[in-house]
Each structure stands twice: as C-alpha cells, then as structure tokens.
Design a protein around this ligand. Structure first.
Ligand code: NAD
Length: 457
C-alpha cells in the first residue's frame, strides 16, 4: 500500500478510538516489552555491528533503559490517565474543574543513529501510553539495528496503529510531512535538520518536540575532587566513541588544577580502554566514514597530549585529549560528537562564561566542585537543558527528571511521566451545576463594575 494511503488508514484507526482504552494501551506496552526481550540477543549483535557497542553498554544505554521506561509506564499508566481534579476560583463557584489527558492523534517519531534503539523506542513508549497512533522513522545510518527494530515492531503491531517507515530522511520525511497532517512530531537529531523539521511542521501548525545537539560544557573548579571528576568525565565522554548528545563536549578547568586533571584523565582512559582501545571490547567505533573523516579533522587543531591514533578501515579514533586549542578552531565551534576532548583552562568565572556563551543554551551543563553554593552559582549562570553537579550525563537516566534541551538544544522534554505528557493534550474541563445561577453574571452589566472588581481580582 502507498505510504499516503497507510497514513490515512492510521487516521481512521485513531478515530475508531481503539487506542484510547486503558486496557488496550497497557496490553500494547506489555507486547512491546515481550518483543524486545525476544529480540534482545539480536539487538546486541546489531548494535555491535553498527557501533561496536558491548552488551553491557547496550544494556545500560539502550535495551535496559528502554525496558526500565516500559516498566514505569506499565506500572503507572492508570494513575497517569486519571483526570486531575484542580481547584476552582471564586468567580466560577460552585463549578468543579479537571484536567483530562487526551491522546494527540497520529504522531511522527524521528530517530538518530547514535542510540538508534533507545532514542526511537523511548518516545514510542510515551506515545503508546498516551493513546496515539505512531509512525516510526529510524535513522538510515544504523542499518543492523534498524532491521531488528523493524521485526520487533511489525511482529506485534498492525501498520494502521504503529507504522515503521525506513529510508533516507531527506526523501521520506518531507514526503510524509508535506502530504499528511501529523498531530505531533517528535524529532531527535542534529540542530540543522531540526530546523528543517520545525519549518515543515510550522506549515501545518503541528506541535513539535525537538531533541537536538550542541556543545555541552564541563567546568572543573579548583576545589573539585579531581580523581572522581576525571573518572566521571572520561566514562561519558568516551562511551559510544564520544557519539553521545550529552557527552561533555569540552572541559573548562581552573588553571590551578589543570595538570592534575589531565594526568587523572589519562590514567582513567588507560584503565577503561587499555593501551590498545581499537582492540578493546569496551571501546566503540565511529558510525561511518563520513563521521570518521569529520571528527579526524579536529585532531590537527590543537596539541594532542593523549591518544590521537586513527584507523580508517576500522572506523577507529583513539580517545584523545587536545590542549592549546584556539576558540576559533572548528573543534570549538562544532558539536564534536566523537572521542576528542579539548581541555581549556580559566582563572575567573567570567572568563569561562564568555567561552560557554559563544554557544548559548547547551543541552547539558556539568559542574564539578566541592561547594554546593558554587555549583548553584554556575548552574544559574548557564541556561542549559539539564545539568549535573559532580556528574556527567547520568541525569538522563532518572525518569523522574524531564530530559530535553532549550533554545538551540531543543524544545520540549520526555522520559517517565514527562513522555506521557508530551504525547497528551491537557484538556481543561469545567462542570457547573444548574442550581446556582446568579443574575449578576448576565447582561446588562452596566453599573456592576465595583462588584465585578471585587469578584475578579
Ligand atoms: P540527523 O539530524 O542527521 O538525523 C536524524 C534523523 O533525521 C534521521 O532519522 C534522518 O533520517 C533524518 N533526516 C536527516 N536529514 C533530513 C532532512 N534533510 N530532512 C528530513 N529528515 C532528515 O542526526 P544524526 O546525525 O542521526 O544524530 C546526531 C545529532 O543528533 C547530534 O547533533 C546529536 O547531538 C543529536 N542528538 C540529540 C539527542 C537528544 O536527545 N537531544 C540525542 C541523540 C542525538
């Protein structure tokens, strides 16, 4: 069947109200969980093939994370769906008021390649929980994972409910968005493509969630626990070969502790990935030649004080520390999205903020310091999507926190209940009894200004 006809079918299916039922939604979430577990081994193989992700890393950042989200949604769905009773103001006495969560309709979810499973399926959980029909568009650049996800989805869901659409984004997405009116578009990917999606959505006044990228700065203050900071920075910076949207993009370290931090980082990298990371089970690879070439270019833009080796045939770039980097260099202008860590030093907070502010609204901001007051001062000074104190990236694994950017790093958020909210319309419903109907509310209002001022204030 043609794509256009399939989308129209989805609209009809949504209008049948089947997807709105609590038991239906819960059953679909359970089916999804069972299907993921059935294909768990195939997912490990696929993610190794696409990104050389180890089973353990796959569990922490892909499958395990998705299953944890599913468990929360299955457990909490009933309470999320309950209409929320709220207070009613004096003007509307004796009415009662409720907020009712309604599904949006037919929604489009577009995924990237760096966490190809988690970043497509996690939003799907929210969309199913909220009672929508969903079109899933995975990235074409993680083909092995794409093939397994297609099986996971198509084996359990009819296409009029969840439609899995493969293909090149540039061709497939405009053809869908220009010819069909989605009720929401949830996009994860680069800021440049995010702008294209936003423009297409604006043509039809379709609301969007944009989960974008950018440069997430990491500040290490003079009083930080350097040993712990180095370990936590190295872990997330070089995980998935640096291809993580919330990876610390670059470090701003107080000049008094810079040498110590660099030494500790070197020790951590060796400990985590050995002297031969290209052969190490725990270390990934670049997704493709295009990304390998792009990231390799940055190696010549500073002094390599650790790493720097590459092997194109293996899409391997060594975890690398780069010093003496110019602020005008591409590595300090682009989102790095690879295993290269520029380290810059600062002596005053203002000096560091001037560098951070060259890229406003980062997706995440990390501050390492012993003093809570210092951390708060930094967090207030850097308007970011999310932030961690003495940690990097792990905030996104807590489903009690909303995950998303702001401004250039995105709009909207998800995870846990926030996903349900993202894919729901919050309808305001007021119920007014008929036994009380004061005449003063009705025209002619002339002469009642004083009284109205007393009631409405
Ligand atoms: P991308 O923007 O190239 O692709 C994302 C999706 O958009 C893919 O499905 C692709 O097919 C589609 N697409 C590509 N070009 C298109 C076009 N011209 N028109 C319509 N659709 C198009 O992103 P990517 O390279 O897959 O991912 C890397 C980027 O994503 C990084 O910037 C990273 O920071 C960001 N990211 C953000 C998050 C987050 O949660 N905020 C998570 C992961 C990645």
């Amino acid at each position: 069947m043609e794509l256009q006809a399939q989308l129209e079918n989805m609209r009809h299916y949504f209008e049948s109200s089947t997807t709105k039922d609590y038991f239906f939604r819960r059953q679909q979430l359970k089916k999804l969980k069972a299907s993921i577990l059935k294909y768990e081994d195939e997912l490990y193989t696929a993610l190794y093939q696409d990104l050389k992700k180890s089973k353990e890393e796959t569990w922490v950042t892909e499958t395990g994370m998705v299953l944890a989200e599913l468990n929360v949604a299955i457990q909490k769905l009933g309470s999320w769906m309950l209409p929320q009773r709220v207070a009613t103001n004096f003007l509307n006495f004796p009415s009662s008021s409720r907020i009712v969560a309604e599904p949006l309709g037919v929604v489009l979810i577009i995924g990237p390649w760096n966490y190809p499973f988690q970043l497509l399926i996690n939003p799907l959980i929210g969309a199913i929980a909220a009672g929508n029909c969903v079109v899933l568009k995975p990235s074409e650049f993680a083909p092995a994972t794409d093939a397994v996800m297609k099986k996971i989805i198509e084996e359990i869901f009819p296409s009029q409910y969840i439609l899995y659409v493969q293909g090149e984004g540039q061709a497939v997405i405009p053809s869908m968005m220009n010819n069909f009116t989605f009720d929401h578009v949830f996009y994860t990917g680069s800021t440049s493509v995010g702008k294209i999606i936003y423009k297409m959505a604006a043509e039809k006044l379709t609301p969007v969630t944009l989960e974008l990228g950018g440069k997430s700065p990491c500040v290490v203050e003079a009083d930080a626990n350097i040993k712990v900071a180095a370990r936590r920075i190295a872990m997330t910076k070089f995980s998935n070969c640096g291809q993580m949207c919330v990876a610390p993009d670059y470090i701003l370290v107080h000049q008094s502790v810079k040498d110590k931090l660099v030494e500790e980082l070197k020790g951590c990298i060796q400990k985590f990935f050995s002297d031969k990371p290209e052969e190490n089970y725990n270390y990934g690879k670049m997704i493709n030649e295009k990304q390998f070439d792009r990231v390799s270019e940055y190696l010549s833009e500073g002094k390599i004080t650790y790493g720097g080796r590459t092997k194109k045939e293996k899409l391997f770039i060594e975890p690398t520390i780069l010093e003496h980097v110019s602020l005008d260099a591409s590595v300090m202008k682009d989102e790095i999205f690879g295993p290269i860590l520029p380290i810059l030093s600062f002596s005053t907070m203002n000096e560091a903020l001037a560098i951070i502010n060259k890229h406003p609204n980062p997706l995440s901001f990390y501050i390492y310091t012993a003093k809570y007051a210092t951390a708060i001062k930094w967090i207030k000074a850097v308007p970011s999507g999310g932030a961690c104190i003495n940690n990097s990236s792990w905030h996104l694994t807590n489903h009690h926190l909303p995950f998303g950017g702001r401004g250039f790093s995105g709009t909207g958020s998800y995870h846990g209940k926030f996903s349900f909210d993202t894919f729901s319309h919050k309808k305001a419903v007021m119920k007014t009894p008929t036994w009380f109907d004061p005449a003063m509310k009705y025209p002619p209002l002339q002469g009642r200004l004083k009284l109205l001022k007393r009631i409405i204030r």
